[in-house]
Design a protein. Structure first.
Lengths: 362, 463
């Protein structure tokens, strides 16, 4: 089994994904999220028409009746393709009735196919507050649980990976102008709980492998753990994506809303475990004296010029990133990357052969 | 064996599926959340809320709705769910109607104002909520040639209120106009008799008409002339209403006026067809999702995948059984939660099977790899599911309405899936291990090309 040495490039991953996350947050704050009526108050109307019409036709009927800035979306509703979701912040009962009557006379409304949801301002404010509180509590609960089951140094990276997942999900919502509803918030909370799955799978293996390693650097151990669990992480992700895809294809508007946010969150949750959570643990853990020593030892064993390993932190991280010898643990294959290979100095195949020295010493 | 019994019990609960309670979003109907308004006039009280729930229940029962659900939500909210209601406006107007019925002597009305704002200014307050107790502003459309709207500031307590009523019915007057007849209780009858006697006397002395204003929700409905003392505690409201108006007014008066002023803060009306379509879409999505997962599992893990698929079906039946058994109302988000847990349920199996592969690769026999696989994977499975259960709990606490259903199915489903994916699969594999093909790694999907054999921890030989 080929071990991919992700941890050597941990700063690259962290850097680029941080950039992505920051970019996503910029989108969220600059472009802004389109909050649905659940958070701002307003009226959401779902209606199926008997004749084929375009979104613009429906919108013009609605605006002609004096409704300000309605959002009209085409959805797969009761009447198949000719269903529309009309959302407006302010739409009085009379206007609601007028819209229905107007659409009925123009295109024919399918009997019993309408749904009208009205949310008042004070109620929506409460919903918003609750959503924030719920997310905060969920984060604290996960940190507490992870600290309890693993250690604090595992919990924080897991949460940072979650920030990436949720940030990216929200960023995509902001960029694509999708309405954020309570279903979206529920999906985000579920992402919080679910995205940790893959992180836990890796961490669990790391927890186990930590006891077995003696001389390997922490980074190499994590690489091994990732490789060992990668297939199952991807498989669990597929297992969860399959029903989500089914919902995205066959579900109605409410279900689709759930599924879309969850799909984004699940995908990001998988790679963020490899490329955000794990590298952060490595960085943090390698500050511990025992792992520091290993890096130094590995570097020394490689006969490199890594003299300043203990000098400063950056030095260590660079060292950790430095390529290790071929087939650090498995003793089998070649590495994909064309990093420099130092002659083996290890004593047995059970141990990773010496670490290659730093390529750069700054 | 245990599994078989459980399955039997669950199947009993799960079928017929027709017994499942469907939420409003799936069968159509009206859901409203009413919030009590706090004002000096009508301060909201805990007692008032309890009473209001009872009164609404009463009103809804008289509307003839099958299986309505009226619940207090939080401190000042009442959630009303009326399945199958088509005319939402009518239902809403009856549920939320405060119907504060008051009787005033028109002589106490004082100066008339042309708008509510002027009346408020005259009373020295900015909004109706700031009015002192026993001061209210009433609206009166006086008919005389052309209709003119007038507002009055009343500073005395009403002579009589709707709380002294014992009954109300709609009927027709001699001109066949709809009206509402009312009966007072003893106290009310006594007061009504006194009031009408005094007014009749005044009318005789002054020679001017004395009128008794019947005020409903700060609107003067009618102001009949009082010509004589009325005994027996009977009165009637004639006004400008339709038969339906009269009916609903009689109903509201009969069930008593709400002790708190309620305002609809959120409402959701779903047409029957819409609900049905949503249900069908959800069921199709669920079935396809289930199928896709099974195909994937079998393709990747072969016989093991088949075992996982059977466990998944067992999970589905148990889950439905539990939900039906505890009488959960199925909503659309709830079904979303269920579909989602299908994926999460096989999650555990993926982890376990991957571990088994590790063990087989390390050179263990299939049977001992099974045991070790389950043992080693359990910790990760448990931790994974715990975080999801934790968030489901948080969501359940924070959310209201349909999202709550999602949190419930998610939490229960994940907990249950841990049971089926671990225990049920394990017992199935134990049974299967007696069967010869079970030792065939290829069939089991445990075949690892020997060149790639890389036990989890070859170096672990030291441990």
């Amino acid at each position: 089994m080929t071990v991919y040495h992700f941890m050597r490039y941990k700063w690259w991953f962290l850097g680029s994904l941080s950039a992505v996350t920051i970019f996503a947050f910029v989108f969220v704050f600059v472009v802004g999220l389109d909050l649905g009526i659940d958070f701002k108050g307003g009226v959401r109307m779902e209606i199926s028409l008997e004749q084929a019409v375009s979104v613009d036709d429906v919108r013009s009927i609605v605006t002609d009746l004096g409704v300000q800035e309605p959002v009209v979306q085409s959805v797969t509703g009761a009447g198949g393709a000719n269903s529309f979701m009309i959302t407006a912040e302010e739409m009085s009962e009379e206007q609601t009735k007028a819209v229905m009557a107007g659409l009925d006379s123009a295109y024919g409304v399918t009997e019993g196919s309408t749904g009208v949801e009205t949310v008042g301002g004070s109620f929506s404010q409460e919903t918003t507050n609750r959503a924030f509180i719920a997310i905060a509590i969920a984060v604290v609960a996960i940190v507490a649980y992870m600290s309890f089951r693993f250690e604090f140094k595992f919990a924080i990276p897991a949460i940072i990976a979650l920030i990436h997942d949720v940030g990216l999900t929200l960023g995509i919502y902001a960029a694509s102008n999708r309405l954020v509803t309570t279903a979206t918030v529920a999906a985000i909370l579920t992402i919080l709980g679910y995205s940790v799955h893959d992180t836990i799978i890796i961490f669990d293996r790391m927890r186990e492998n930590t006891l077995l390693i003696k001389k390997e650097t922490y980074g190499d151990m994590v690489d091994l753990s990732i490789r060992q669990t990668m297939v199952r992480s991807i498989n669990t992700t597929i297992a969860i994506l399959l029903p989500l895809v089914a919902i995205l294809i066959f579900g109605g508007p409410t279900l689709k809303d759930f599924a879309l946010a969850l799909t984004i969150g699940t995908v990001t949750g998988t790679y963020s475990s490899f490329f955000v959570a794990a590298p952060m643990v490595v960085i943090w853990k390698e500050r511990e004296p025992r792992y520091r020593k290993r890096i130094a030892a590995a570097a020394a064993a490689a006969g490199s010029i890594a003299v300043d390993v203990s000098a400063d932190d950056t030095g260590e991280k660079k060292a950790a990133k430095a390529p290790s010898g071929p087939a650090s643990v498995s003793g089998s294959g070649a590495k994909p990357s064309g990093v420099s290979r130092k002659p083996k100095k290890g004593k047995s195949s059970k141990r990773p052969p010496g670490k290659a020295g730093k390529r750069t010493s700054r | 064996m245990l599994v078989a019994i459980l399955l039997g019990v669950a199947a009993y609960f799960a079928f017929p599926l027709g017994k499942t309670n469907l939420g409003l979003d799936l069968q159509g109907g009206l859901a409203v959340i009413l919030e009590a308004q706090d004002s000096a006039k009508a301060p909201r009280t805990d007692e008032g809320m309890t009473q209001a729930v009872k009164i609404i229940q009463n009103r809804v029962n008289k509307l003839g709705v099958a299986e309505p659900e009226i619940q207090r939500q939080g401190e000042w909210k009442i959630s009303v769910q009326l399945p199958g209601i088509e005319n939402t406006e009518e239902a809403l107007s009856i549920i939320g109607k405060t119907a504060v019925l008051e009787f005033y002597d028109v002589a106490a009305f004082g100066a008339a104002y042309a708008s509510e704002a002027e009346a408020l200014a005259a009373a020295g307050v900015e909004s109706a909520a700031d009015l002192p107790v026993d001061t209210r502003i009433v609206h009166w459309s006086v008919e005389g040639g052309n209709v003119s709207d007038q507002w009055f500031v009343l500073e005395s307590a009403p002579l009589l209120t709707g709380s002294m009523l014992t009954g109300a019915q709609n009927s027709f007057d001699t001109f066949n106009n709809p009206k509402v007849d009312m009966q007072f209780n003893d106290e009310g009858a006594q007061i009504f008799s006194d009031v009408t006697r005094k007014m009749a006397e005044t009318a005789q002395i002054t020679g001017q008409d004395q009128r008794l204003a019947i005020v409903l929700d700060a609107n003067v409905e009618s102001a009949p002339r009082v010509q004589e003392q009325i005994d027996g505690g009977r009165a009637e409201i004639t006004g400008k209403f339709t038969v339906d108006d009269a009916k609903s007014l009689a109903l509201v008066l009969q069930t008593g006026s709400l002790p708190v002023e309620l305002k609809a803060v959120s409402q959701n009306a779903v047409g029957a067809t819409l609900g049905k379509a949503a249900l069908n879409q959800a069921l199709i999505a669920g079935a396809v999702g289930l199928l896709l997962i099974m195909v994937f599992m079998i393709a990747y893990y072969r016989l093991l995948g088949l075992v996982a698929s059977v466990a998944l079906i067992i999970y589905g039946v148990l889950f439905l059984g539990i939900l039906n058994g505890i009488g959960v109302t199925m909503t659309l988000p709830g079904i979303a939660g269920m579909i989602l847990t299908l994926g999460m349920a096989v999650d555990a199996n993926v982890l376990i099977f991957a571990r088994m592969r590790d063990e087989v690769a390390a050179g263990k026999s299939v049977v001992s790899a099974t045991g070790a696989g389950f043992r080693k994977a359990f910790r990760a499975v448990f931790d994974c599911n715990m975080t999801t259960i934790l968030t489901a709990i948080v969501l359940f606490w924070a959310a209201s309405g349909g999202i709550r259903g999602f949190a419930l199915t998610l939490g229960v489903g994940v907990a249950l899936s841990m049971f089926t994916a671990v225990l049920v699969t394990r017992s199935m594999l134990m049974l299967l291990s007696l069967w010869k093909p079970f030792r065939n790694r290829k069939l089991l999907g445990l075949h690892v090309p020997s060149a790639k054999v890389m036990p989890p921890l070859e170096k672990g030989g030291r441990s």
